[in-house]
Write a protein that binds this ligand. Structure first.
Ligand code: PMP
Length: 355
């Protein structure tokens, strides 16, 4: 370790968001990617941009994309929209612009692993709030002085979704804090808090094109909120060495937003596959948490999760296992195609029968 490193850097361990192994014939159910491709109309727009657009610089404000997001939701305007290179970048700006206060920010003890990383990187103090015994967020537990609140809905890696009424209750109880709802997985079965943005000036909703629109490789995310919050994000973005969205990202994302038919068809397909996957896992003796996401969180009372994950890997099926207290007996399994889910269930049937 270099003696020249700052204390912040010394405390950082490399963040591994879920590996991307380069094996052939892999059943890859570890990073919650969408098993279906992006909208054919998005692919067409990308090809058009390659043919005609790459000579030109992108619009640094991505106005076309902000307008497309605003018209997708209906009752917001482009000035309520911030865009970034993936929601991870949007979240990075959120931590700097909106969550840095003298009181600690709050997030669940079991939640997206990037939040504590950002806090360390940007010097944001935080306190974690335990999930309840059923691994659900209890909004009443957030009624204490805080410098902001953030959590995913549905939560990751549990998949549990919080009803909109609970989020409204949380906002009512915290009128002086920014409440950030990270909706990476919302389109697979939860209610979006974008519907509350006009009512609550302290609400910021973050979404991504990586999951329900199957464009993880393009890196596009956005935030929706009161224009004051968006302005703070723009200020941070414009004072840092952060890149505007490139022309491909803008063209692909706009076309994907406009293709509602593909969006609905593919997310319904994922939801149907999830229902079957849950039933199949339960038939093998797994306990599966209710999921509103494109993944399930499951544990088997008689089988060690880490060993099961290794045994799956030996059969070229990868899922996610977390070596974290309380959840180290769970597997997080992305909902794949029906064929991928059948391969997973078949392998788990062998594994649970043989030990
Ligand atoms: N939030 C949550 C809860 C996530 O799980 C992820 C990615 N796995 C992200 C945000 C970031 O997604 P992206 O940067 O691809 O938009």
């Amino acid at each position: 370790m270099s003696r020249f490193w700052s204390t912040v850097v010394k405390g950082l361990t490399p963040y591994v968001p879920g590996e991307q192994p380069k094996l052939a014939n892999l059943v890859k159910l570890n990073t919650n990617e969408n098993p279906y491709g992006p909208s054919p109309k998005a692919l067409e727009a990308l090809r058009g941009e390659i043919n005609d657009g790459l000579r030109l610089y992108p619009d640094p404000n991505a106005d076309r994309l902000k307008s497309a997001v605003a018209s997708f939701f209906g009752d917001i305007e482009p000035r309520n929209v911030f865009v970034g290179n993936g929601s991870d970048e949007v979240l990075a700006h959120v931590f700097l612009a909106l969550l840095k206060h003298d009181k600690p920010i709050l997030f669940p003890d079991i939640s997206y692993s990037f939040y504590p990383v950002y806090c360390g990187l940007y010097g944001v103090a935080y306190q974690t709030v335990p999930l309840d015994d059923a691994f659900a967020i209890r909004v009443g537990d957030y009624a204490k002085p805080n410098g902001g609140i953030i959590f995913p809905n549905p939560n990751a890696p549990t998949g549990r979704a919080l009803p909109l009424a609970d989020i409204a209750r949380l906002l009512d109880a915290n009128p002086d804090s920014v409440v950030v709802i990270d909706e990476a997985y919302v389109d697979f079965g939860a209610e979006s808090a974008v519907a509350l943005v006009r009512r609550y000036p302290n609400l910021l909703v973050v979404q991504t094109f990586s999951k329900s629109r199957s464009l993880a490789g393009l890196r596009v995310g956005f935030a929706v909120g009161h224009a004051d919050l968006i302005e703070a994000l723009e200020r941070v973005k414009n004072s840092f060495n952060s890149y505007p969205l490139d022309r491909l990202a803008i063209a692909g994302a706009v076309a994907a937003l406009e293709d509602r038919e593909w969006f609905d068809r593919t997310r319904q397909a994922v939801i149907r596959s999830r229902t079957k996957l849950v039933a199949d896992l339960e038939a093998l003796g797994f306990e599966v948490l209710p999921s509103g996401a494109n993944f399930v969180f499951a544990r088997h009372p008689q089988h060690d999760a880490e060993k099961s994950a290794l045994a799956l890997r030996q059969r070229s099926i990868i899922v996610r296992h977390f070596k974290q207290p309380r959840i180290d007996q769970f597997l997080r399994i992305t909902v794949g195609t029906d064929e991928q889910c059948a391969a997973l269930v078949g392998a788990l049937r062998d594994i649970t029968a043989s030990r």
